[in-house]
Design a protein around this ligand. Structure first.
Ligand code: GGG
Length: 356
């Protein structure tokens, strides 16, 4: 018997709507799996909590989460609160405190889904982005001098450690070998312009690549990578990049494969000392929040990644298979995929198809 403690933070905007469907699918697959149980605790943190308390989560919030087996996260962002407050108040501290250094973001063009890029058919795009998740350009290092004066000076530093850089690159190679795809790892930098951090990244990439002579490698500047991801997405297999670059590239990959509403993300603590966190790539999308219109499939794919991470591979496969059927049948889809179904109807359909 396996029983897991799951922390759920639905967060802001469409977060609660998509998380409700993710939870429903998780509960359904657990009910169908002998000896699989989830004890779920909901944490009502995010922008409403901030309005009430001045914080996105309590001071001991991370302590409260630390004993769980995994975190399922919805979204952060609010039209009335600056984005740096919402993001820095919960999501980035969690990734750092729990050392969720390996962010995995698959992007697949599935049967039943149309790419906005002409001539790309199902199966043409099947890539995964490995995002360095705890340092790089998102490190909270910098400062502001003489604010509001003509001498105003702002410094935002990037932090690239050998440990952080090497482990994300190594994780990308290990995954490439395991997944048996096109057998290629593409490293994305901007080392022509950022001659310290990105040249260092290129050096570490070359060192790690030497341990995987069977894997084809490529190094692209980020502008070239962004262009190629749109015109030739089929050329990519595993992409590894810094926190900022991989964040941007994963949005491009998501739209090329049909919708932001299909992109899941796993934030993995490689040593397993802390909980890993699973979320859709998309944010709060407050323009459609509360309307039952958001696509819950990214969250449901994230639930499958969570199950896989916990070693519940069979349950993960069943969730993925049900989502693929929903996509392929094209009957119950939200508006982003050309359908008219609600968030809840898509969740219900996934649950119905879980039965086989
Ligand atoms: N579902 C996660 C979410 O709310 N993402 C919004 C966002 O701005 N994320 C930035 C990041 O992933 O670093």
């Amino acid at each position: 018997m396996a029983e897991y403690n799951l922390a759920v933070i639905a967060g802001d905007g469409i977060g609660p709507e998509v998380i409700a469907q993710g939870r429903k699918v998780l509960e359904a697959v657990a009910a169908q799996s002998e000896g699989l149980f989830f004890r779920t605790t909901e944490f009502p943190w995010g922008s409403d909590y901030y309005r009430e308390t001045g914080r996105m989560m309590p001071e001991d919030g991370l302590g409260q989460l630390s004993a769980c087996d995994a975190v399922l996260f919805g979204a952060v962002g609010d039209p009335d609160i600056p984005d740096h407050i919402t993001l820095q108040g919960i999501l980035l501290p969690m990734r750092r405190a729990f050392d969720q250094a390996i962010c995995i973001r698959p992007a697949v063009l599935y049967p039943g889904v149309a790419s906005p890029v002409a001539g790309k058919a199902a199966g043409d795009v099947d890539l995964v982005i490995f995002r360095e998740n705890t340092e790089g350009e998102y490190a909270p290092v910098g400062g502001r001098l003489y604010p509001g004066t003509p001498h105003e000076t702002v410094i935002q530093s990037g932090v690239f450690t050998r440990r952080g850089t090497e482990r994300i690159i190594r994780a990308a190679f290990e995954h490439c070998v395991r997944r048996g795809g096109k057998n290629k790892v593409t490293s994305v930098t901007k080392s022509n312009a950022q001659a310290f951090s990105m040249v260092f990244w290129d050096e570490v990439f070359a060192e790690v690549a030497a341990d995987y002579p069977q894997v084809q490698t490529e190094s692209l500047l980020v502008d070239r990578a962004a262009m190629d991801l749109v015109r030739w997405p089929e050329d990519f297999d595993v992409i590894v990049a810094s926190n900022l670059f991989a964040d941007i590239l994963s949005d491009i990959a998501a739209v090329v494969t049909g919708s932001m509403g299909l992109a899941p993300s796993a934030n993995i603590n490689p040593e397993g000392r802390f909980p890993s966190m699973f979320e859709p790539v998309h944010g709060a999308a407050f323009d459609i929040a509360g309307r039952n219109q958001a696509n819950p499939l990214a969250t449901i794919f994230a639930v499958a990644m969570l199950l896989e991470h916990l070693g519940e591979t069979e349950a993960a496969q069943r969730v993925n298979a049900a989502v693929l059927r929903v996509l392929n049948e094209r009957i119950t889809l939200t508006a982003d995929l050309g359908g008219t179904a609600s968030t809840q109807q898509v969740g219900d359909e996934v649950v119905r198809l879980l039965g086989g």
